[in-house]
Design a protein around this ligand. Sequence first.
Ligand code: DC
Length: 210
Amino acid sequence: MIVAVDGPAASGKGTIAKAIARKFELPYMDTGLLYRAAALNLLQSGGDPESEFAAARACDISQIDFDDPELKSEGVGGVASRISGYPLVRNALLERQRHFAARPGGAVLDGRDIGTVIAPDADVKLFVTATPEVRANRRFEELKRMGLHVTFDDVLIDIRARDARDQGRETAPLVMAEDAVLLDTTTLGVEAAIAEAIAAVERSTAANDA
Ligand code: DC
């Protein structure tokens, strides 16, 4: 079974995708980490995020330590969002994701274009979202816990900018697949969101089997 989980920044899609992977004993890939790894590589090598060629070269991420906490930083996330609009970058990272999705027994992947581009034939597609204010608040609380000094307004501006870039790019924009199940987590706690997601997967697989 292939499960595609897409959605905007801080929608809760990562937490939900991981919980689905655990529940159904499937391998999990956070595809945003690939774009973040390329962004970090680019920054560390002093490359220019405005150059599509420099960004494409940074997609050789074989030397990146995926446990590096810097990958999760807002700065790296912002550059990841910028370079993810380049077709050369998306092409360079495509095969690795398709290969993972095609693992025997299936997989869970989360990102922006899993249900539309990476695995359009996925057995289950979820589109996880929440209002920008709620997503910004979650990210704000998370950054505060990490000891970072940020304001809610700055985080909200950042979330809106990221949404506009991820939705507005020409190649593989963030858009809900026609056959995806919409999961709005605006008023849901973590456990309730996970329970709804698992129920949606079970409903979809039952319908596919019928
Ligand atoms: O999910 P995330 O915040 O870690 O992703 C960082 C950026 O990477 C995101 O703003 C856009 C890009 N991305 C993408 O374009 N396609 C994906 N499948 C995953 C992430």
